[in-house]
Design a protein around this ligand. Structure first.
Ligand SMILES: C[S@@+](CC[C@H](N)C(=O)[O-])C[C@H]1O[C@@H](n2cnc3c(N)ncnc32)[C@H](O)[C@@H]1O
Length: 259
């Protein structure tokens, strides 16, 4: 049996770099600087021959930059397979990190929101790596969608729930109990018809919008109506604005409006 803890190295830096949802113009200046100065830029992919989405964004912005692919099994059946996939990816980075390199790992949107970056760091720690990590924030898919759809996501004292529908719509149903809460649904493409029916049942179709493949080829943005909605791909985000009519709106203090 091999011991994963042999020479994992204590040096090296791993930076999770958010590259935004798709449009290379949404890469931040900090992201561009960190990518340009990293010893290695690494991108997740499903297969070594496939350009992953984060890599495609980096390639569009920095065509000359060498990008190394690390394979992640994104559709494993269970926790054990998922962990094994993360551990395999972590092992691929260990030689570079162990040699003291600064490795930039690019990830869609923001690296601290549902990103493989955190799972990768966990796997590296489990392998005994003790180097340092940091992140470069990225623009999220829901920010890009709000901008594109002209949706004011939050105002005044309103709140937001960010939920996933990866395992169905139960979490969304709980969030819908509060009409004053705006909701963003990630990973809900497969369940879109069920999501639309739920929104209608809760009187929340008004202003609800779907954004698919934002900033990428095949981008599609539409208001959600129960009749029009079919299943969407994995890269689908839904924004459900809060019911502003459900609230007795007191006039805001004048200074609240100046920010
Ligand atoms: C693993 S999460 C990544 C979230 C990402 N870290 C972020 O900050 O936005 C994947 C989910 O993000 C959303 N997403 C990411 N990129 C998107 C895009 N270009 N268009 C629409 N939705 C996107 C989708 O809901 C997708 O199922």
């Amino acid at each position: 049996m091999t011991d994963d803890r042999t020479s994992p190295g204590h040096g090296g830096t791993l930076v999770g770099v958010g590259v935004g949802p798709g449009d290379p113009e949404l890469l931040t200046r900090r992201a561009l600087r960190v990518l340009a100065s990293a010893d290695r830029v690494v991108a997740p992919t499903l297969s070594p021959h496939e350009v992953g989405r984060a890599e495609s964004i980096v390639r569009a912005a920095m065509p000359q930059l060498p990008v190394h692919r690390v394979v992640f099994d994104m559709t494993p059946d269970g926790e054990a397979q998922r962990k094994a996939s993360h551990r395999k990816a972590a092992r691929a980075l260990l030689p570079w990190l162990g040699a003291g390199a600064q490795v930039a790992f690019v990830t869609l949107g923001d690296p601290n929101i549902y990103s493989t970056f955190s799972a990768l760091v966990t796997a590296l720690r489990e392998l005994g790596w003790r180097g340092t990590t940091s992140t470069v924030p990225g623009i999220t898919a829901f920010q890009a969608l709000a901008s594109q759809a002209g949706t004011v996501l939050l105002d005044g004292a309103e709140s937001l729930s960010l939920v996933t529908a990866v395992d169905g719509t139960a979490t969304l149903e709980r969030a819908l109990e509060d009409p004053e809460r705006a909701i963003v649904v990630y990973k809900g493409g497969r369940h879109l018809p069920a999501i639309a029916r739920l929104l209608e049942a809760h009187g929340r179709l008004e202003g609800a919008v779907l954004g698919e493949r934002l900033g990428l080829a095949g981008e599609h943005v539409e208001m959600i109506g129960t009749s029009s909605v079919g299943e969407a791909s994995y890269l689908a985000t839904v924004i459900v604005p809060c019911r502003r009519d459900a609230r007795a709106t007191a006039d805001p203090e004048p200074d609240e409006r100046t920010q």
